[in-house]
Design a protein around this ligand. Structure first.
Ligand code: HEC
Length: 131
C-alpha cells in the first residue's frame, strides 16, 4: 500500500475511533450502507455534472485537489483520485463525507439527494488511479 493510501486508511480508522456518540453510530452505519448506483455509466455521467457544479472549485477539474478555491482554505481538499477503494474506504463512508462534510469540506446533506450523492461517489471511483 502506498504512503498516501495508508494515510487515508488511518484517517478513516481514526475517524471511526474518535467519532464518538451519534457520529460513531452514524459512521458505522454509513460504512455498511450499500451503494445502489451500480457504477453504471449513466450514474457516473450524472456524477460528473454534479461534480463540475458543486465540487470542482475546490477539488479541481482533475479531482486532485487544486481547484481555484483551494488556495484560500485552511486545509487542502483531498485528492479524490487516490481515495482508497473498498474495503479500506467503503462507498458508504465516501457518501457520508459528502453528506456531512468535515472541517473545510461543506456538508451537502440538504443540497443533494441521496441518489445524487451516490452518483458523485460513482464518479469519484471512476477517477481512481494507482500512484
Ligand atoms: C469549499 C471547498 C470544497 C468543496 C466545494 C468541496 N470540498 Fe470536498 N473537501 C474539501 C476539503 C478541504 C477536504 C478535506 C477535509 C479534511 O479532511 O479536513 C475535502 C474532503 C473531501 C472528501 C474526502 C473526505 C475524507 O474523509 O477523506 C471527499 C470524498 C470530498 N471532499 C468530496 C467532495 C464532493 C463530492 C464535493 C461536491 C459535492 C466536494 N467535496 C466539495 C473541500 C471542498
Amino acid at each position: 500500500m502506498s504512503k498516501k493510501k495508508s494515510r487515508i486508511v488511518w484517517i478513516v480508522v481514526l475517524a471511526v475511533c474518535l467519532g464518538g456518540g451519534l457520529h460513531h453510530a452514524d459512521l458505522l452505519r454509513a460504512a455498511v450502507a450499500t451503494n445502489p448506483g451500480l457504477h453504471s455509466p449513466e450514474s457516473v455521467g450524472r456524477g460528473r455534472d454534479l461534480y463540475v457544479q458543486y465540487c470542482q472549485t475546490c477539488h479541481g477539474a482533475d479531482g486532485r485537489g487544486g481547484g481555484p478555491s483551494a488556495a484560500s482554505l485552511p486545509t487542502r481538499p483531498d485528492d479524490l483520485t487516490v481515495i482508497a477503494p473498498p474495503p479500506y474506504f467503503p462507498d458508504g463512508v465516501v457518501a457520508y463525507r459528502i453528506a456531512h462534510g468535515v472541517d473545510a469540506m461543506p456538508a451537502y446533506q440538504g443540497v443533494l439527494t441521496p441518489e445524487q450523492t451516490w452518483d458523485l461517489v460513482n464518479f469519484i471511483r471512476s477517477l481512481h488511479r494507482e500512484d
